[in-house]
Design a protein around this ligand. Structure first.
Ligand code: C2O
Ligand code: CU
Ligand code: CU
Length: 464
């Protein structure tokens, strides 16, 4: 099941390798200080395969701020959870064990799971309970992620540390002799989970469940505080997730150099896009190539969040040669088959209202609000009456963004191809074409601002 076993998460130099294998209870390795900030080496979670995986959610402690012990909730004792990596195939048996003191269930965000294996709030298991999944990988390569999905408690459980990357492979992504995309791999491909958090003076996480959404006052990358990544002089593939509860990031490099965007929620784009800033809403993923080949030994490059004015992740040159990658702006990457609709298409309109409702109705776990025919393309229109941003997420499929009117007024480079989460800001109308081809049964759509989700901005629907 494990494609390219343990390729993610090892880095080139010895010191870094040691840091990567450390237990989350250990003090992170310290990097040299620049501009008065002592930086901690990026944590890289262990890589695990899918078949036979047991994921246990359990309280524990981690050293996030050096010298302080932070109570967190972790999958398999890792912050973030282990990176799951899977090739096409299955079904694979995966077990979720709930060692929290409250109900939980694990949802595989972006996975085309049938309803019994999706992690719907209905499937919640009590403390000490477990849930057995059978997960098949039949969709194109992408970075999905996994996180808790109990009704009313998702926000806090994610905030306390429960989230992990779930990377799917296929022949296009991995490449072959006849189709060599040549994407950076092994030490040069890393999951980058960015979230915000607030700490008290003892190092404990601070949280409040207000429906406007909790904004932490400091960024963490893979659970690492004031973080630095040693980089060889070459190209890196970063599998980036906005893992914040509520914060929208505007990511840019301090030099103004562009990112090459090669993929998003639903995998590789049709062609590589070049942008200097990316707006990333909670739940969205970005597959980025960052060229560090000009970084000499000890010179630095900073990934920043221009919305908060934060330094998020510093790259520091090792002086060692890295890998090259021939992909440039416009390079073809994958085939995206357009979802097209005719004049008689079924159009559904969803209004995201007042932080707690969709089309005026708060989440009713026992209702089925609408039914969608299997394998039929529909046009869904997302609008809002304020209280944005609303990252709109649909389970069980990917969709294609057709238009955005009002507000930012365009479809962005990173919204091409296949998406499962799309940002709806105040004043915006976003239209998507959507088709369910995975399975029939009960799914949910919801706002991925987790306080909105927990406050009822979620709806059940059935694929029939
Ligand atoms: Cu990541 Cu139902 O969501
Ligand atoms: Cu999801
Ligand atoms: Cu919302």
């Amino acid at each position: 099941m494990l494609a390219g076993a343990a390729v993610i998460g090892s880095c080139a130099d010895d010191a870094t390798t040691e840091a990567h294998t450390h237990h989350t209870d250990d003090t992170p390795a310290l990097a040299r200080s620049t501009t008065g900030v002592t930086r901690n080496r990026l944590r890289v979670p262990p890589v695990v395969g899918l078949g036979g995986l047991v994921l246990t959610a359990k309280p524990g402690t981690a050293t996030i701020i050096p010298g302080k012990s932070t109570p967190v909730w972790m999958y398999n004792g890792s912050l973030p959870g282990p990176t799951i990596e899977a090739a096409q195939g299955g079904p694979a048996a995966v077990t979720f064990q709930n060692a929290l003191a409250e109900p939980s269930i694990t949802h595989w965000h972006g996975h085309h799971a049938d309803p019994a294996n999706d992690g719907h709030p209905h499937q919640v298991v009590a403390a000490n309970g477990s849930y057995a999944y059978q997960l098949t990988v039949a969709q194109r390569a992408a970075m999905n992620w996994y996180h808790p999905h109990p009704h009313l408690r998702t926000g806090e459980q994610v905030y306390r540390g429960l989230a992990g990357a779930f990377i799917l492979r296929d022949a296009v992504d991995t490449g072959s002799a006849t189709n060599p995309l040549g994407l950076p791999a092994g030490a040069y491909e890393l999951p980058i989970l960015i979230r915000d958090a607030s700490f008290d003076s003892a190092g404990a996480l601070q949280f409040s469940n207000k429906s406007a959404g909790f904004l932490g006052n400091t960024p963490l990358v893979n659970g690492t505080y004031q973080v630095e990544l040693p980089v060889d002089a070459g190209v890196y593939r970063f599998r980036l997730l906005n893992n914040c509860n509520a914060r929208v990031l505007r990511l840019a490099l301090n030099t103004g150099a562009p990112f090459l965007i090669i993929g998003n929620d639903g995998g590789l784009l049709d062609a590589a896009q070049s942008v200097t800033e990316i707006t990333a809403a909670p739940g969205e993923r970005f597959d980025l190539l960052v060229d560090c080949s000009a970084l000499g030994k000890d010179s630095t490059l900073m990934l920043r969040d221009r919305a908060a004015g934060w330094d998020v992740l510093q790259f520091r040159g090792t002086g060692t040669a890295g890998v090259k990658c021939a992909i440039a702006k416009g390079s073809p990457l994958s085939t995206i088959t357009p979802l097209t609709v005719g004049a008689t298409v079924t159009t559904r309109r969803f209004s995201f209202d007042a932080m707690t409702a969709i089309n005026g109705k708060s989440y009713d776990m026992n209702a089925v609000e609408f039914s969608v025919p299997f394998d039929t393309t529909e046009r869904w229109v997302f609008v809002t009456n304020g209280n944005g941003p609303h990252p709109v997420h649909v389970h069980g499929c990917h969709f294609q963004v057709v238009s955005r009117t009002g507000g930012r007024g365009k479809v962005f480079e990173w919204e091409r191809g296949w998406k499962d989460t799309v940002l709806l800001n105040d004043g915006e109308t976003v239209e998507v074409n959507i088709r369910f081809t995975a399975a029939k049964g009960l799914y949910v759509m919801h706002c991925h601002q987790l306080a909105h989700e927990d406050s009822g901005m979620m709806a059940n629907f059935a694929v029939v």
